[in-house]
Write a protein of this length. Structure first.
Ligand code: GAR
Length: 212
């Protein structure tokens, strides 16, 4: 079966990009890695993998709408069907999202709607919650908002610091994100009143595993 061409957008380390690459049962094919930061380590990882890369630094464009138009045009030239945000730290406007309706997916290191935005892991630690987690969601115009695809809890253990908690959260992300993307590509879904409704929840649990 033909694999679905996707783009990964990353601003940072790219460990989730690597997890998406190494998932063996992928029904997707990563067509390119795109970044808003010319020196993002994720770009280096993609180059090592021999993958096409593209840098779109917003400061190189007269305005954000020009920046987004250029990105959409490159994504179209690669015939990308899904846009997979993996640590992409920019807000996308309705113009971009309408180019890929409910086909932009994001990963966030908390149980949304808790701890939206930057530094979610540090803020969860400071707040003293005993559980946090990871969320995969479809993207709408808000910050870390949009219909939830899957979530997984991660405990905050006594003695955890930002480093140890980040390692456990990333391990959960690396496991979940490729499987969640597979579910989105293989299991029909609809979106109603801000919620994602699966045609077959059991199949999603089979692909992604049980939450506990
Ligand atoms: C991940 O933890 C992801 O959840 C987070 O950025 C990190 C990227 O790590 N995304 C957000 O905070 C989005 N608001 P990586 O570059 O190693 O894949």
């Amino acid at each position: 079966m033909k694999r679905v061409p996707v783009a990964v957008l990353a601003s940072g380390e790219g460990t989730n990009y690597r997890a998406l690459c190494s998932y063996e049962d992928a029904p997707y094919e990563i067509a390119l890695l795109m970044s808003d930061r010319p020196h993002a380590p994720a770009l280096e990882k993609a180059r090592e993998d021999g993958l096409p890369t593209a840098v779109f630094y917003p400061g190189d464009f007269p305005d954000l709408s020009g920046w987004e138009r250029a990105m959409v045009s490159t994504l179209r030239s690669f015939e990308v069907e899904w846009v997979v945000l993996a640590g992409f730290m920019r807000l996308l406007s309705p113009f971009f999202l309408q180019a890929f309706p409910w086909r932009v997916v994001n990963l966030h290191p908390s149980l949304l709607p808790a701890f939206r935005g930057r530094d979610a892991i540090a803020r969860a630690l400071r707040r003293g919650v005993t559980w946090t987690g990871v969320t995969v969601h479809l993207v709408d115009e808000g910050v870390d908002r949009g219909p939830i695809v899957v979530q997984r809890p991660v405990p905050i253990l006594p003695g955890d610091d930002e480093g140890s908690l980040t390692r456990r959260i990333k391990a959960a992300e690396h496991h979940l994100y490729p499987r969640a993307l597979r579910a989105l590509l293989e299991v029909p879904f609809s979106v109603a009143e801000g919620r994602l409704i699966w045609a077959d929840e059991r199949e999603v649990r089979r692909l992604c595993g049980e939450p506990f």
